[in-house]
Design a protein. Structure first.
Lengths: 381, 329
């Protein structure tokens, strides 16, 4: 066991932090207050991601063949911490790096890898995730969007819901039922769907979370060529399972919570009188929750670094990270008082970003189900 | 970063497991607790096997000491391993004649292992003193909370050999790391006792552990036990720095409150009885989570170490931690 950073990883974090120091504008926090899906942030990412790529800071953990430099998964984790905690200047592109790229590498054909990975590695493409549907949320396997074979095409009909970033996306990582007679996890396939195909309509679902946070994506007789299928026909569930293991710890919510807490402590110190014993205890407690999320996420990265298959450690880490983010957001609101109620205030920005933590990427209850069965070995109900 | 046990660590784990199989276990702990006694046989065995030198040997260090402490707690060993295996060697660079009882004058009240201690280590602010104790010097206190305990007599609070400047602060940090490891191991024991029972116990025609309402609560406990364990190991590996040790203790003490409540609620009436292992672990959790001022005091220490809020000692604390980390390596 070794809990210190290697010199290479420590140097990588310093280089990244130094770059961010000069690359993020002084009013970045203001720009980032509406989240990675906002128009402002997506526009920022269009220049920022190529700039990261030029400096070898976008996909360092990818193989050299795909534009990376075979850096350790720890550098992937460092990227996530430094960028997500700052409000994600990569905009929606964090998903490319975290799980879309790895899924393409694992399941993609040569043609698919050549078509997609270089564009992701150059930082010039946006993706969205087409998983949830109106009647398939936590119960994702209830999904009904059909992708029916017609000659060398699939004809897609159905509707995806809650799809963040669909408004900016060039491609959708779509999970659909390719065998209409199938049930549950059989007969699903993943299609890499260009969002400019005829028959795709993106509608915003207005929400209190942030600007253009949720969308519905409707597919009406959309013809997708067979070559856009990722992995074997009917094996889509395996592809998605692999992707989710990366996604669940991809956006390190504990890191954002920890940075928020640091800023909160700074604001308390700047407010004049030293914090009371009670306030000190509360921010110290919150710090401990952030650290719990961190150390458990590191366990997941560690497995990956050793080439072990993903395990329920991912779900354990996810639950702790979610809890930390929500706790810190509540604390920011409570300690800041009614000032936090103004749109775009410090506490408001933290609070609204944190409010989806327990639902995004699989509700906490789904994570707990998976911990119960896979980590504790408890019988299914 | 590497979270896998190394060869040396695996060997230590196996050695301590073999020793604990002989000298510990919940039934033995339950018997000793009724007498309010320390397990002198286990204490001696740990010393004879060299575990008191694990923290300072050079080949191994605080992380290995924390692995031992967590394992002893998980096996319900009735010894002051947190103090004698981790906290004292880490802070003083040497072991003291055991059993060792730690007491901080800022937090008066019953002291774990004081009644059976060979050495008392008294913390007072930044200072600390050792007081050798004759057998029977401090009477045993009656307590249902699973450890031998005693109260510090007024005369012992003042005397003793001064351990030099800063020893109090160093001991307090190392104590917090040790406490976190003890809490983690004890919570793991409580959760396993509960899991074992709920998988067997059938009601409504099926095992209780098959109900989702029960599973979610067990899963939430498991998350906390895992986090407590890894935070404790990390804090130890980094040399028990003020912030890391306080963070680990804060988390573990908070988790202990919730794990106590959940394991007892889910175990039902059998969990309160002496025929079931849960009480051995759960009652100890209460003693552990109150030590050194409890979660709120650990949390304040974490906040002061990180942000210097109100104390002005943060930079000093960081230098101190860096020096300790270097020494730990």
């Amino acid at each position: 066991m070794e809990f210190d950073w290697s010199p290479e990883d420590a140097a990588f974090r310093r280089a990244l932090a130094a770059f961010l120091e000069q690359a993020l504008p002084p009013d970045w926090d203001e720009l980032a207050k509406d989240g990675p899906g906002s128009a402002v942030q997506a526009a920022f990412a269009r220049d920022f991601c190529p700039a990261l790529a030029e400096r070898g800071l976008l996909v360092p953990h990818w193989p050299a063949a795909y534009g990376g430099r075979d850096a350790s998964p720890w550098q992937h984790a460092i990227l996530g911490e430094e960028l997500w905690s700052r409000g994600e200047p990569r905009g929606p592109q964090y998903m490319n790096v975290n799980w879309i790229g790895p899924a393409l590498m694992r399941f993609g054909s040569e043609a698919q890898k050549n078509a997609h990975l270089p564009r992701i590695a150059r930082g010039e493409v946006f993706w969205c995730q087409g998983f949830s549907e109106p009647d398939a949320g936590s119960d994702l396997l209830a999904l009904r969007t059909l992708a029916v074979r017609d000659g060398s095409d699939y004809v897609v009909n159905g509707s995806k819901l809650w799809t963040s970033y669909a408004n900016h996306a060039d491609f959708c990582f779509l999970l659909a039922r390719s065998d209409p007679a199938s049930r549950r996890q059989r007969g699903l396939s993943v299609l890499l769907v260009p969002m400019d195909l005829p028959g795709i309509e993106v509608r915003e679902v207005p929400s209190v979370v942030g600007e253009r946070y949720f969308h519905e994506v409707v597919f009406r007789d959309v013809r997708v060529p067979e070559g856009a299928r990722l992995g074997a026909e009917g094996e889509g569930w395996e592809v998605v399972g692999y992707a989710l293991q990366y996604e669940r710890v991809g956006a390190p919510r504990y890191a954002r919570a920890a940075r928020t807490l640091d800023r909160l402590a700074e604001r308390l110190a700047a407010a004049g009188a030293p914090p009371s014993d009670e306030v000190l205890a509360r921010i110290g407690e919150a710090r401990a929750l952030c650290e719990a999320g961190r150390v458990l996420s590191y366990r997941v990265v560690d497995r990956r670094a050793r080439g072990e298959p993903p395990s329920a450690d991912t779900n354990v880490a996810r639950v702790a990270g979610t809890f930390a983010e929500q706790w810190v957001a509540d604390l920011a609101l409570e300690l800041g008082g009614p000032e936090g109620l103004e749109a775009g205030s410090f506490a408001d920005a933290q609070f609204r970003m944190a409010m989806t933590a327990g639902v995004a990427v699989g509700a906490t209850e789904v994570q707990l189900d998976l911990i119960a069965s896979r980590f504790l070995g408890l019988p299914r109900e | 970063m590497d979270f896998e046990l190394g060869e040396e660590q695996r060997a230590i784990g196996e050695a301590v497991a073999a020793l604990l199989a002989k000298h510990a276990g919940w039934e033995r702990a339950a018997t000793l607790a009724r007498e309010g006694a320390c397990d002198f046989a286990l204490d001696r065995a740990l010393g004879d096997a060299g575990f008191l030198e694990v923290a300072t040997s050079g080949e191994t260090g605080l992380l290995e000491a924390a692995l031992v402490v967590e394992a002893v707690a998980h096996a319900a060993g009735a010894v002051a391993a947190g103090a004698s295996v981790l906290a004292v060697p880490a802070a003083l660079g040497r072991a003291l004649p055991g059993p060792v009882a730690l007491v901080d004058l800022a937090h008066p009240g019953p002291v774990r292992f004081a009644s059976d201690a060979g050495t008392l280590v008294v913390l007072e602010g930044d200072a600390a003193r050792t007081v050798p104790l004759a057998s029977g010097a401090i009477p045993r206190l009656e307590t249902p909370y699973g450890y031998p305990m005693g109260r510090l007599p007024e005369r012992l609070a003042r005397g003793g050999d001064d351990l030099g400047s800063g020893a109090g602060a160093r001991l307090r940090d190392a104590w917090r790391a040790a406490l976190a490891a003890e809490l983690a191991g004890t919570m793991r024991g409580a959760l396993e006792a509960t899991l074992g029972y709920l998988k067997e116990r059938r009601q409504f025609g099926r095992p209780l552990a098959s109900f989702q309402a029960v599973q979610h609560r067990l899963a939430a406990c498991a998350v906390q036990v895992e986090a407590a364990r890894w935070l404790a190991f990390e804090a130890a590996a980094q040399g028990a720095p003020a912030e890391g040790a306080a963070v680990a203790a804060t988390y573990a003490a908070g988790a202990a409150k919730r794990v106590f409540a959940e394991t007892h609620q889910l175990s039902g009436a059998i969990g309160y009885t002496r025929e079931h292992p849960l009480h051995v672990f759960s009652m100890r959790l209460q003693a552990l989570r109150l030590e050194l001022g409890g979660a709120a005091e650990h949390a304040r220490a974490a906040a002061r170490a990180r942000w210097g809020a109100g104390s002005g000692t943060s930079e000093e604390g960081m230098r101190d931690a860096a020096a300790r980390q270097a020494a730990a390596r």
